[in-house]
Every structure is written in C-alpha cells, then in structure tokens.
Design a protein around this ligand. Structure first.
Ligand code: HAM
Length: 416
C-alpha cells in the first residue's frame, strides 16, 4: 500500500520539517505586516480556465461534482484571491497585505522538486500601483529565504519585467493576441532546445536570442534594484529578462528565486497582475495587485542539501520535541497520585510524559533522557514526598507533594 504518485506521507520527521517551514513563513510575513487569510481547496474549474493559462489548466485535478458542477482542486491561490478581493473590496482599507499557507494540487509529471501536491506560502499586496510595493514584496521574498539561514551565496532572485517584452513585441508589430504565445516560448527557452524555441519564435528568434544572451533591462528594473540596494539586499537579486513566468495573468515586474548552484527548479515566483481582479469580476472591481508564492518542495530539498540551513532546522526540531517533565512511577501504588499531579502540570502548560504501564525505574530514567526532559519527578516510597531531579545539573531534592507545583515552576523557569 503506497501513497498515490506525487503525494506524500508526512511521518513525524517530515511533519516537523513542514511545521518548521510554515513557522518561518508565518513569522517573516507577519514581520512585514501581512495578515493571514485562506480560500477553499475546491474551486469552480472556470476560474482557472479564465485566467491561469494553458499550462495550469492542463495540470488540473478536476471533476464534475454530484451537483453537476465542474470543479478543480486549487492549483494555485491567485485566482481565488482575486475573486475574494473583488467580492469584499469595500470591507478593507487598501493596500491589503495578505498572506496564506496552504496545499495545492497539480497533475504534473512527478520529478525532482515537482509533485502532485505541495504547500505554498502566498504573499500578495492588493491596491497599490507604486513601485514601493514591488520592492517591499521582493524584499519579503528574500527575507523569508534568509530566515532559513540561506545567504546571497545560496540563492538569487531573478527579476524581470513583462513590459520589457510586451514593449518589444509591440515595437515589432506583433498583435496583442499573440503576446502570450511569445511570452510562453521565452519562459520555456531555458528548459527547451534552442531549435524548438526558434521554431516558436519565428522571425523574431534572432533578436530575442540576442537579448537573452546579452541581457536587457529598463528603468523599472533599475529602480527595483536601487530600492533593494538601499536595504542592503541588492546582492540577492539579478536582472534577468529571461524570466517571464508561465502564468498568463502577469502584467509588470516578475521574479523567480533559484538556488545559486542552479541544481533545482524555482523555489518561489511571482509578479504584478494589475488586471486580474478586473478580469475575474467582469470589470466590476479593478485593483492593481502583486504577489509571490514559495513552495515547500524545492525549499525542503535546498534546506536538506545546505549544511548551515540543515543544522538550523535540526536544532530547532530537536528543541521543539523536548519535554519539560518526565514523571517516574517507581511504585505502582503511587500511579493515582502521579496522574493527579501530571494533570496539574499539564494544566499549567508543561509538556509531561510518563510510562503508561509498569516499567523498571532505570528504564524510565533512560526514556526521560531520550525525550530531552529537563526534570524528572519520582513517585515512590518517599511519598507523600516526591523526588525531583534536574537532569542537566543532576541535583536531586525531596519535596513535599503540596509544594511540588511551585517548586517545579521555579526549577523550570531557572533552567529555561
Ligand atoms: P508558481 O510559480 O506556479 O506561481 O508556483 C510558485 C511556487 O510553487 C514554485 O516556485 C514552486 O516552488 C512551487 N510549485 C509549483 N508547482 C509545484 C509542484 N507541482 N510541486 C512542487 N512545488 C511546486 C504561482 O502559483 C502563483 N500563483 C504565485 C503568485 C502569487 N503570483 C502572484 N501571487
């Protein structure tokens, strides 16, 4: 019996890593003043057909529900966000700074860094056209990665501007309807053969290749890099007009974060999508927007392969697993008294464990050490006193059971 291809079982270590990732995501998004929201995991298929672009529609996990609705497991959050924002537009002061942590589903070919389910952090700013928002968003993406212990030697955010290419295409007389086709070909050019890309680009192949090879930039991109330089973050970014992003709705700045060694697929990606809210609401509401999403799969692989990031993760996981108190039951007649005390400790918020069934005292102390307990409290012949042992200092004390709670509080606050 195995999980479906591209789906993961999260054993305790995997869950610990997932929680670690989620905790860093939430912590840094909140540092930037973002508030958390979420949408449903099932949406009408139309919302993706309307706006995400052909690639995502091909990858939908979709079906007809029992009410004959065409529905899809969400492959991304942005269309849901645009829908929700259009519906609740009047309830919130702009700009909105919203983040979300959730699971997404894409029927992709399973490969390194790409599965059929994954988790994303989404951070979006709605209702702001000023480039200050673009700078803030890229800085946030960088700081989220820095929170995992990565430095500018480990990753780079490649930034680009779709307007650079749409200006180019319009100059070359390419009609607006065909822009998406060209943008998709440029997006895939890094992953496909030169011949295949040239075929798609036709007579524009040579000038496009020469821009991709020689580099290109514009005022918006320079401004973005300057803004990041002011914050001391410019070493984390590089202008790369080869990044155009696969999703159809982007209108301006786009960016993707990659590991410096170039071993993995993108860790994160995003950009401006100033028309999506209007398009999804049939022009009822129009609001500029920008955002990015970071996935847990590539990020997890990069953490595992980068020693300083992995050590940070391991330390945190080990710390998070430790318990405060292990109650040693040396005499079975004292089990009832021990359980009454355990209940009180737990009510105070302490992490407490004890043997569910009769166990040799030596073995119980061994388990206490393995669980990382800070103190043991032994219930045995000494009752109505209990023996407290500080496992770090090895100090032992006999305490009257009435005074146990207050004494433990003192010991634990001293050693924390
Ligand atoms: P995306 O580039 O499609 O953008 O996905 C964002 C990130 O999610 C990727 O960089 C990758 O880390 C992760 N990811 C995507 N697909 C998979 C997969 N099959 N397996 C594992 N990880 C995956 C978006 O989804 C946009 N909606 C982002 C956005 C938010 N734009 C504006 N706001």
């Amino acid at each position: 019996m195995q999980a479906l291809p591209g789906f993961r079982d999260f054993l305790p270590n995997d869950c610990a890593m997932r929680n670690y990732i989620f905790a860093r995501w939430r912590e840094v998004a909140r540092r930037y003043g973002f508030v958390e929201w979420d949408g449903p995991v099932l949406e009408s298929t139309d919302i993706y057909k309307k706006k995400s672009g052909a690639e995502i529609v091909d990858q939908l996990f979709n079906f007809t529900d029992k009410g004959d609705r065409e529905v899809a497991m969400r492959p991304e959050l942005t269309p849901s966000l645009a829908r929700v924002v259009a519906a609740h537009e009047r309830e919130f002061k702009k700009p909105l700074k919203w983040f979300s942590v959730g699971q997404f589903f894409r029927y992709e070919k399973q490969q390194r860094g790409r599965l059929r389910e994954h988790f994303q952090l989404n951070c979006d700013i709605i209702g702001e056209t000023n480039s200050a928002a673009d700078i803030e968003l890229v800085a946030l993406c960088i700081d989220v990665l820095r929170a995992f212990g990565f430095s500018e030697k480990d990753f780079v955010v490649r930034i680009s501007d779709r307007s650079f290419w749409t200006d180019f295409l319009s100059e070359k007389g390419v009609s607006v309807e065909r822009w998406d086709e060209f943008l998709q070909a440029i997006d895939k050019s890094g992953r496909e053969s030169r011949e295949r890309t040239a075929e798609k680009l036709g007579k524009l192949a040579d000038p496009i290749f020469s821009i991709l090879e020689g580099g290109g930039k514009n005022k918006t991109l320079d401004q973005l890099v300057d803004g990041l330089r002011e914050r001391g973050l410019s070493d984390y970014v590089a202008i790369d007009v080869g990044v155009v992003r696969g999703l159809a709705y982007y209108t301006g700045i786009v960016f993707e974060a990659f590991d410096r060694a170039g071993k993995f697929r993108a860790i994160a990606g995003g950009g401006r999508y100033d028309n999506l809210v209007a398009q999804l609401s049939d022009n009822a509401v129009s609001m500029p927007a920008l955002g990015f999403a970071m996935g847990d799969v590539v990020l997890g692989e990069l953490i595992s392969e980068t020693s300083h990031a992995r050590e940070k993760l391991e330390t945190e996981i080990a710390q998070g697993r430790k318990i405060d108190i292990y109650v040693v039951i040396a005499k079975e007649q004292r089990r009832g008294d021990a359980l009454a005390q355990i209940q009180q400790f737990r009510d105070r918020g302490y992490r407490v464990d004890y043997p569910l069934t009769s166990e040799k005292v030596g073995k119980q102390f061994q388990i206490a050490e393995q669980l990382g307990a800070r103190v043991t409290v032994l219930f045995g012949d000494e009752w109505p006193q209990a023996k407290i042992k500080n496992l770090a200092t090895r100090e032992e004390l006999l305490i009257d059971n009435q005074a146990l709670q207050s004494h433990i509080e003192r010991v634990l606050s001293r050693s924390s």
